[in-house]
Design a protein around this ligand. Structure first.
Ligand code: ZN
Length: 558
């Protein structure tokens, strides 16, 4: 997704802040003892398919009825209960294969007690009937036309507020939505549109079927009185736009990057993974949310802003081009190949950030791409000032805080550096292999490393150890003396690394200017101080570290 665009105001008084500070002091642990995050694991059962039936009331402000039927498979021997994630909506019934069963509720949990112990490999169908207004996950809001709307917005684990499920990205499943809504409303959900039955003034019945397993946080419906426009350019998949009437005139222009992005990523990675693509202007707390085949953008997407920088190619603000390309890239990376754990989130956000950059490189210019990557570097450096932690983060407890410059901007830079290290051919071939091996499933950071090592024939263990499992970035400083004539035309050059922590061993290109001519050399650091002898015709007048921007680095003046 695109990071939050609105800052939530916290109604916190000064007094409670003082109290909070005191509590935080008490809670803070000595460094190195930070607690590991405990993730929801898929161990005793896994969902295979969700069949979700939702009935919206006429005012469109609650679910007058809901029923989720889960087809699941047991992964362990002697399972006696199914531990579901579920919020606090009132439950009307829980049945297994049609028979009522006992259940116990705790905050955010629903334990279904099995009448008969299940064996590994057994499958069953579990149905939960419920109703009400979810406190989160399914957002009821007025749209830009002032009309009621309902939009799913689940990241990272809020879908269980309206769909009982196993709410972790590794528990992927297919989903069918059957939505009953007032006849004035337009409904869209993940997957292929199957049917819509309209019967005069009676509620309409809509059915969508997503036949590819998707992460729970990507399961959405969107209900509104807005407009639907089908894209009339040829695309790799049926493409349509849903938005308030107010945005309908601008939408085809605003979404113009979508068709070329679909084409570009299809060529670069693999065929588009889903049955259609709906781009929805709706209610999300993010700039955009990449729900599989039904992306939701913030309601303010098309609102003009005073300082918008414009795209040369599309004549729209570059921020719109960026977010449209980013969310579409997620259809491959994040949705089809999903992070196995939250520590692997950069496989989703770093990829979407970098592929939006690649789209800009292709459709705007090389210079626009370099500017995009420089902006990413600056945002990352600013973030690192507040928090110097690895991309592969196993400690952060608040998952929302993982929407940070490590997973987005530094993740994109890691991909860029890998591309420059192993070359375009091996890089993109490796990404295609990685995608093929994990599509419609999950992947870890090690899966990516393995694929790129195989495609390049290079050992990338040290690179991943320093850049993904380690924190920070190099701050280089270059010093050179005068040419030692007696030793031949050699110049002694010191390349220092000033950052805290260990050295970065990436080769560092340096461009010397000698007698007005440019000469490239590469220094291979051995540690935080590397001294090399470089043969030059005369003393250089200047030197530039990494002139092509192939490394995420800062350079300190000597
Ligand atoms: Zn994203």
């Amino acid at each position: 997704m695109h990071k939050k665009i609105k800052l939530m105001s916290l109604g916190v008084s000064k007094r409670s802040l003082v109290l909070l500070a005191a509590i935080l002091c008490l809670l803070s642990l000595p460094s190195g003892l930070a607690a590991q995050r405990r993730e929801r694991v898929v161990d005793s059962w896994r969902p295979i398919h969700y069949d979700v039936a939702l009935t919206f009331n006429d005012q469109l402000n609650e679910l007058s009825a809901a029923r989720t039927e889960i087809t699941l498979e047991f992964l362990a021997a002697n399972v006696t209960k199914i531990d579901l994630d579920f919020g606090d909506l009132p439950i009307d019934a829980v049945t297994v294969s049609g028979a009522p069963v006992r259940f116990e509720r705790q905050p955010d949990l629903l334990d279904v007690i099995l009448a008969r112990t299940a064996k590994r490999g057994d499958r069953l169908s579990l149905t939960i009937t419920y109703h009400g207004r979810p406190k989160d996950g399914l957002i009821f809001a007025k749209d830009r036309d002032g009309k009621s709307s309902a939009t799913g917005d689940n990241w990272p684990n809020r879908v269980h507020q309206w769909i009982p499920c196993l709410d972790h990205p590794s528990a992927k499943a297919t989903v069918t939505f059957i939505v009953t809504a007032p006849p004035r409303e337009l409904v869209v959900a993940n997957g292929k549109f199957v049917t819509m039955t309209r019967n005069g003034k009676a509620p309409s019945l809509w059915k969508f079927d997503e036949t590819k397993p998707i992460p729970a946080y990507c399961m959405v419906v969107a209900v509104s009185e807005g407009a639907k426009i089908d894209a009339n350019e040829p695309t790799v998949t049926p493409l349509s736009y849903y938005m308030p009437q107010k945005d309908a005139a601008y939408a085809p222009k605003g979404f113009a990057p979508a068709a070329p992005a679909l084409a570009f990523f299809s060529q670069t990675v693999a065929p588009y993974p889903y049955e259609k693509l709906a781009l929805i202007v709706g209610a999300t707390r993010f700039g955009g949310m990449e729900n599989s085949s039904a992306i939701v953008f913030a309601s303010t997407l098309f609102e003009p802003r005073g300082n918008d920088k414009m795209s040369q190619r599309f004549g729209i603000p570059t921020r719109i081009e960026d977010v449209v390309a980013h969310e579409i890239a997620h259809q491959w990376f994040g949705d089809s190949v999903t992070e196995s754990t939250w520590a692997d989130l950069w496989l989703s956000e770093g990829f979407a950030t970098y592929f939006a950059g690649l789209f800009i490189e292709k459709h705007e210019s090389e210079e626009a791409f370099r500017e995009y990557m420089r902006g990413a570097a600056t945002r990352y450096f600013n973030y690192e000032q507040q928090r110097n932690a690895p991309i592969h983060d196993t400690e952060t407890q608040n998952l929302m805080k993982l929407l940070n410059a490590n997973n987005y901007e530094k993740g994109a830079w890691v991909l860029h550096m890998l591309r420059k290290r192993i070359g375009d051919e091996a890089f993109f071939r490796g990404l295609r292999d990685y995608y093929q091996a994990h599509r419609e499933a999950n992947a870890t950071t090690e899966d990516l490393r393995g694929a790129l090592e195989k495609s390049s024939g290079k050992n990338l263990k040290d690179f991943f150890a320093r850049w993904v499992y380690g924190a920070g970035h190099p701050r280089y400083q270059l010093e050179w003396g005068s040419m030692e004539r007696h030793a031949g035309a050699f110049l002694t050059v010191n390349l220092k690394q000033l950052q805290d922590g260990e050295a970065f061993l990436d080769p560092v290109p340096i461009e010397f200017t000698v007698n007005g001519q440019k000469k490239r050399e590469t220094v291979y650091p051995k540690g935080k101080l590397t001294t090399v002898q470089i043969r030059l015709d005369a003393n250089p007048t200047s030197a530039e570290i990494d002139p092509d921007g192939t490394l995420l680095k800062e350079v300190a003046k000597p």
